[in-house]
Ligand binder design. Structure first.
Ligand code: NAI
Length: 245
């Protein structure tokens, strides 16, 4: 069984580092032409050239609907219609409920949820015409379980699950499959602030005994982009070493 994505164009948001970068690299290794995107054009171009000759970099602030729509337009102009869309860009602005400011709420909801809505709305037009598409939204286990100090982040990630299921129902008849991947604790810049003690304590609660890697998430995204996943839509794939069962 070999996954071959030759001929597909994939757009991965927030792919200049961390999980997104690994998803972009693995999709490229499977043969897709990948659009790398991040807030900084130079970083995006640098990552694109590192992952493959066919990859291209694009700058976009996903928290702005017009910038998200313009991203899809630029990718479609330069590389062709988007076949695979991975909404990975995300931020945290953690605080206890009483200390959360409106701005903490808005920034997280805009980047994590409205950004995904805007790219899906823009990219699904071409997918509908071609009657083929894969949309993968990177949510989080905290979108399922909730988490103290993360009301804004958990709400955005739970919202992504509702968005995923609604879009899956709306677009299934056009052969557009929409799924979500919910990582647990993954070793990236987002979790780098944890102390060694916190890491050890957390590892002890995870049945597989370790934090995940970006590759653990990227592998599932490549599978969901492939023909081997052609009867799966509207699902949430929890990839967390067994933390949430
Ligand atoms: P990261 O912080 O290392 O990377 C996030 C990426 O999103 C960066 O490339 C950043 O530039 C981009 N980004 C953020 N805001 C943006 C904006 N407004 N416009 C464009 N790009 C923007 O994060 P990491 O850990 O790689 O996370 C990737 C995704 O996985 C996020 O959606 C995160 O919520 C989710 N996740 C991560 C977990 C972890 O343990 N690292 C656990 C569960 C979910």
């Amino acid at each position: 069984m070999k996954i071959d994505l030759t001929g597909r164009v994939a757009l991965v948001t927030g792919s200049t580092r961390g999980i997104g970068r690994e998803i972009a690299a693995m999709l490229a290794a499977a043969g897709a032409r990948v659009a790398v995107s991040g807030r900084n054009a130079d970083n995006a171009a640098e990552v694109a050239s590192a992952i493959g000759a066919d990859a291209r970099g694009f700058a976009c602030d996903i928290a702005s609907s017009s910038s998200a729509a313009a991203l899809v337009e630029s990718v479609e102009r330069d590389m062709g219609s988007v076949d695979i869309l991975v909404n990975n860009a995300g931020i945290t602005r953690d605080n206890l409920l009483m200390r959360l400011k409106d701005d903490d709420w808005d920034s997280v909801l805009n980047a994590n949820l409205r950004g995904a809505f805007a790219t899906i709305r823009a990219a699904s037009r071409g997918m509908m015409k071609r009657r083929w598409g894969r949309i993968i939204n990177i949510t989080s286990v905290v979108g399922i379980t909730g988490n103290k100090g993360q009301a804004n982040y958990a709400a955005s990630k739970a919202g992504l699950i509702g968005l995923t299921k609604s879009v899956a129902k709306e677009l299934a008849s056009r052969n557009i499959l929409t799924n979500a991947v919910a990582p647990g604790f993954i070793e990236t810049d987002m979790t780098a602030a944890m102390t060694n003690d916190e890491r050890t304590e957390l590892g002890a609660q995870i049945p597989l005994g370790r934090l995940g890697t970006a590759g653990d998430i990227a592998g599932v995204c490549v599978f969901l982009s492939s023909e081997y996943a052609s009867y799966i839509t509207g699902q949430v794939f929890v990839v967390d070493g067994g933390l949430v069962m």
